[in-house]
Each structure stands twice: as structure tokens, then as C-alpha cells.
Design a protein around this ligand. Structure first.
Ligand code: OGA
Ligand code: MN
Length: 207
């Protein structure tokens, strides 16, 4: 387990969420664990486990490459030691957010994502029209040796019309309120690997 409740990085994320609704933390997890997660992402892809990502939920779900071109696989507890350490770290963050901000985050869902060269994800919000349980988004990047010239930035859009481009650097974690920040993924010249997930509130989904 990497974090206890008093871990400074968890406090920084909670403070940022309270102040401005989003947070960026570099070196969130040890390099060796990030390397294991990247290897696992590539192995799952080589085994054909990553599939074209769909947009939306339920009957409205469709694969539309014009909107997002990544391949994903949802992760479950017990699949690998590395994934369990990642899930443990995110659960420590969930508990710290609940303790400090009373958001009542009930669970976490996350997937590996691989964007092949040229793939992107158009500007969007991480909320489904028919399901607003997603409260907070958390993206962890797995790309060692990623010069800025390779592209693949996460572009964040702020209410004052500013934008910010963040490179998908190994062990960088970006956390934001899912319903507040439109964002997009810019195309890259190399495979772009990440673990993307959402903390969800109790389900009063309208399904
Ligand atoms: C997403 C997403 C951002 C990123 O999967 O919804 O916006 O930087 N990902 O990978
Ligand atoms: Mn998103």
C-alpha cells in the first residue's frame, strides 16, 4: 500500500479539488510500478484484450472513431499485483476525498487505454446524459521517455476560456470534477498509454 490517510500527495489533491476543481500531480506512483503497468497494458493489447472504446451507455452506446480512437480494457481487482496496487492507491484517494469534501464517492471504475499514433478523443465532458454518477475523473499516464514533440496532450478547458495542455508523462496523475471541465486528447505520433478512471457517487441513475 502506497498511501495512508496522512499522505501529503493525497492532501494536495484534496486541497486543489476544493480550491479549483482539478489537480495535477507528477510522480504519483513509483517508477517501477508505472513501468509494470505500461508493460501490462501492452501485453493486454498484444493479446487482443483491448477493444475500440465506445461512447455513451446502454442502447446509445456506439463505437465512433471520429470521436475517440483509443482501445480500452476495464480492470478488475485480482487481475495483477500492479493493477491491485493502482486500485489501492486510487481507493486511498477516494477515502481521503470523502473524508475532506463529503462527496460520498462510493466506488471506482477504471480502464487501460491505448491511443495508437494519430488517435484522439474530441472535446467532451465525462458524464453520460443518462447516468450522472461519475463525479471525479482521474487519469494516470504510463509513458516513459515522452518528448513534448510527440504530442498526445490532454487539453483542459476552463470556464474563463483559458486552456492548458498537459503531456501524458509517466506517473503524472490528473484529477478533475467530471461534470465541470471539458477536455480532449490530442493526437500523438507514438502509442499513448494511460489508466483512466472515475469515482462514482451512489446510483440514482435514470436508467
Ligand atoms: C477519457 C479521457 C483523457 C486522457 O478517457 O474520458 O478524457 O488524457 N481521457 O487520456
Ligand atoms: Mn474524458
Amino acid at each position: 500500500m502506497y498511501f495512508d490517510a496522512d499522505s501529503p500527495v493525497l492532501h494536495r489533491i484534496v486541497d486543489d479539488l476544493a480550491d479549483k476543481g482539478w489537480s495535477q500531480q507528477d510522480a504519483f506512483l513509483p517508477d517501477a510500478l508505472i513501468a509494470q503497468l505500461a508493460t501490462e497494458c501492452r501485453a493486454r493489447d498484444a493479446a487482443g484484450k483491448l477493444a475500440a472504446a465506445a461512447i455513451g451507455r446502454g442502447e446509445g452506446q456506439a463505437v465512433r472513431e471520429g470521436i475517440r480512437g483509443d482501445r480500452i480494457q476495464w480492470i478488475e481487482p485480482g487481475q495483477s499485483a500492479a493493477c491491485d496496487l493502482y486500485l489501492g492507491a486510487l481507493d486511498a484517494l477516494r477515502l481521503q476525498i470523502n473524508r475532506a469534501l463529503f462527496l460520498g464517492l462510493e466506488d471506482f471504475e477504471g480502464h487501460f487505454a491505448l491511443y495508437p499514433p494519430g488517435a484522439f478523443y474530441q472535446k467532451h465532458l465525462d458524464r453520460f446524459r443518462d447516468d450522472d454518477r461519475r463525479a471525479i475523473s482521474a487519469v494516470l499516464y504510463l509513458n516513459h521517455d515522452w518528448p513534448v514533440t510527440q504530442g498526445g496532450e490532454l487539453r483542459m478547458y476552463f470556464a474563463d476560456e483559458r486552456t492548458l495542455d498537459l503531456s501524458p508523462l509517466a506517473s503524472r496523475l490528473v484529477v478533475f470534477l467530471s461534470g465541470e471541465f471539458p477536455h480532449e486528447v490530442l493526437p500523438a505520433s507514438h502509442d499513448r498509454l494511460s489508466l483512466t478512471g472515475w469515482f462514482r457517487r451512489r446510483g440514482d441513475a435514470l436508467l
